[in-house]
Design a protein. Sequence first.
Length: 327
Amino acid sequence: MTTTPAPLQVSPPAHRWRAPAAACTTVVLWASAFVSIRSAGEAYSPGALALGRLLAGTLVLGAILIVRREGLPRRGAWPGIITSGVLWFGLYMVALNWGEQEVDAGTAAMLVNIGPILMALIGARMLGEGLPRRLLLGMGISFSGAVVVGLAMSGHGTSSVLGVALCLLAAVAYALGVVSQKPALAHGSSLQINTFGCLIGAVACLPFTGVLASEAADAPLSATLNMVYLGVFPTALAFTTWGYALARTTAGRMGATTYAVPAIVVVMAWVLLDEVPTLLGVLGGALCLAGVAVSRSRGRTGPTDEAPVPATGAPVRSDAPGRTRRP
C-alpha cells in the first residue's frame, strides 16, 4: 500500500452522470449477490465458492481486456493491484462466505458494514482525502440504518465468536482493499486493475481447487449457475463499475454509497424470495438511503469534487494530486 495521494479523474459536464450511474450499478449488483450467495452457499463451501466466483470473473474480465486490447497497466499500479487482489478479491470473499455460515444474516450485515467507516478513516490517513462533516454525518445515519436492518434480519439466528471474528476480518480486508486500489487507478483503467486483481485473488484461492472440483460434481445446477452469476455480474461487472466511479471520487464517499446495499437487499428479498420486510427493516433501509444522500450531498455554493476539463471533453487528472474539493 502506498501513501502517495491518488489524483482524481474527472469528466466533462455532459459525462458527469457516468460515475453516479457506475456506482448505482455496483450497489444493485452487490445487493443481488446476497441472494445468490444464499443459494450457492448451500452446495459450496466458502473457499470453493470464492474460487469458482473468481475464476468466472477472471475469464470474463480477461476476455474483455483482450478484445479491447488494453494490455498491462503501468508499473505503478501493481502494488495496489496485488494488495487489493489478495485482500479484497481473495481474503474478503472467503472470510465473508465463511462468516455468514457461522452467524445470522443480521449480525453479518452489521459487522461487515463497519467496512465503509474504516475505509473513510484509512483513506483520510493514507490518501489525505479528509473527512467532510457531511460524509461523517451521512455515514453515521447509514450505519445506524444498517444496524436496524441487521436487527430486523436477525430472527432466531445464532452467532459464534469465530463468525464474528470472520465478519470483522472481512470488513477490514474490504476497507484495506479499496484504499489500496485507489492509487492504482491513477496508473491504469478500472478494467485493467480489476482484471488482474481478480486473477490474483483467484491464484490466492487455488488451494481450494480440489474442494471446488469435488463439490461441483455433486452440486445442483442452480447452485453452480448462481456461482457463475456471482463471478460475471457482482464481480466482473460490478467491480469494474466500482473502479470507474472510485477513480472519480474519494474512497470515503464511495464507501458511504455502499450503505444503500442493505436497503436494496430488503427489496430484493421481498421480490425474489417472497420475504416480506418488517416495519423495522423498512425503517432501517430508509435510514441507509438517507445517510447515503447526506454523505453524497454538497453545500449550495461549495465546489464539486471534479475539476474543470478542456473543451475537447477528454478526461484529465487533477492538477493538485491528493486534494479533493469538498464543502
